[in-house]
Design a protein around this ligand. Structure first.
Ligand code: SF4
Length: 456
């Protein structure tokens, strides 16, 4: 578990800082980023980072404090951020809610600090309150996408989150998502792809609902993780894994498992990654560029054999279902699907096959009778409302006629598999309503839209 934004340097922890850190370790927190918000706090954050291996620091001046900045302040900040344990510039930004510093000075110093961050190639940790348009404008004008960063303790809407993500930002949520009246914010949490998501405490402030009214501390980040998991329909273990990867990608710190996975658990389903080959080249597909899904690396060194897959599965009844999915088209290895499914079914497991629907074109025969009794659910990507759009999005190797073949595959699947679902990915050019109508009325199957890389 990681707390990406704590203020252990603040005086609220002066009386028992070491005890809080001890409790943090005992509660399973493995990494903290302690965020400076003024010069003194940035120095103390670095001192903490030097004392504790698992603490990293950031240095910067909060918008409340920027009215105090002098040229000496920046000399010192630059000295601090060149330390290897200082991983970011922050907390910087704009706060028009409290307006403790005049707005023109806030803007000027936000820009100055972004420029320092860019010079030293460190991401930024941004505070933005009631200053949406000015924040976005400055981030865009200053080309912050070159270094990326975090929108900390995010309280904006989906559109703001999307515009920040377009600039390479991660969106970090804190205790407020656990508050009973925070439905709007939880909707934003749901919309964030897990590969752009972070969690934090912002302690000593904003204790989660369970601890409301008390001083917050890093150990309570677990409550934020639990709420995010609930909102996204994932487990806390899933959230921990994706946060670890995101922190590693942004700051280059912490450990991630780089080994390409054949089996990987999400929620209580076990996914099987049996090939990285595919007969589509969907423009949004990251299988060759960034093949990570929910914190797992899916780049295969070699395609696994059926017996190795079965060994990894063990007792399939431990899982809700075993899913052929991965980054590639499973029906390119039909024999593996059949061998593994047969054993899994014999052992009482359930099988789902996620496919692009090219199985009959790939294997040059109708494969669906062979899957009868082996596959419980088949999920087929139709990905568009017509052939022309399908070709533009998916670039199928079988060229023209593939879209019609996918629809025929779905019709044929209904004869042999009890649950058939047609899916699309929510890319902007696809007409979701038309696809739904094709699935439900023309093909007579269930329909599901998937947010790209969003689970839940
Ligand atoms: S069908 Fe799936 S694996 Fe194949 S290119 Fe499209 S998204 Fe990637």
């Amino acid at each position: 578990m990681i707390d990406t934004h704590a203020h252990l340097e603040m005086p609220q922890f002066d009386g028992d800082r070491d005890e809080v850190i001890k409790r943090t370790v005992e509660s399973g927190i493995s990494l903290i980023i302690d965020v400076g918000s003024d010069l003194k706090g940035s120095r103390t954050a670095l001192e903490l980072a030097r004392r504790y291996d698992f603490i990293y620091a950031s240095a910067g001046i909060h918008p409340h404090e920027v009215k105090e900045i002098t040229t000496d302040t920046y000399k010192e900040i630059i000295k601090l951020i060149t330390d290897p344990k200082v991983v970011a510039v922050g907390e910087i930004g704009l706060d028009y809610y409290k307006d403790y510093s005049p707005r023109d000075i806030q803007q000027r110093e936000f820009i100055n600090q972004i420029r320092i961050a860019k010079e030293f190639k460190k991401p930024v940790i941004v505070h933005s309150r009631d200053a949406r348009e000015d924040t976005l404008k400055i981030l865009k004008d200053e080309k912050v996408s070159e270094i990326g960063g975090i929108m900390h303790c995010f309280s904006g809407d989906e559109e703001m989150a999307r515009r920040c993500m377009d600039m390479g930002f991660y969106i970090s949520f804190a205790g407020p998502i656990t508050y009973p009246n925070a439905d709007k914010l939880r909707k934003v949490v749901k919309s964030i792809p897990t590969n752009r998501l972070l969690i934090e405490t912002d302690c000593p402030y904003l204790a989660p609902q369970q601890m409301r009214g008390k001083r917050n501390e890093p150990a309570y980040v677990r409550h934020v993780a639990e709420k995010v998991a609930e909102v996204k329909g994932l487990t806390v273990e899933d959230i921990e894994r994706v946060i670890r990867l995101n922190v590693h990608n942004l700051f280059g710190i912490g450990d991630v498992n780089e080994i390409g996975r054949v089996t990987y658990k999400i929620r209580n389903s076990l996914y099987l990654n049996i090939t990285n080959r595919c007969t589509n080249e969907c423009y949004f597909c990251a299988r060759t560029t960034d093949p990570w899904v929910q914190g797992y690396n899916l780049r295969l060194e070699d395609e696994p054999l059926s017996e190795d897959i079965l060994k990894e599965i063990g007792d399939p009844k431990r899982y809700d279902e075993i899913v052929f999915c991965g980054y590639g088209e499973p029906t390119l290895r039909l024999n593996v699907i059949e061998e593994v499914s047969k054993k899994v079914k014999e052992m009482g497991g359930k099988i789902r096959l996620n496919t692009n629907g090219h199985g009959n074109l790939i294997n040059k025969r109708n494969i669906l009778p062979e899957l009868k009794g082996l596959v419980d659910t088949i999920s087929v990507s139709i990905d568009a409302e017509d052939s022309e759009k399908y070709n533009k999005i998916c670039h199928p190797v079988f060229k023209n006629g593939t879209y019609e073949a996918v629809k025929e595959f779905i019709m044929e699947a209904k004869k042999y598999i009890s649950e058939v679902i047609a899916t699309i990915v929510d890319v902007p050019e696809v007409d979701e309503e038309k696809c739904k109508e094709i699935a439900e009325k023309e093909l007579g199957v269930k329909f599901r839209e998937r947010r790209y890389n969003v689970v839940g």
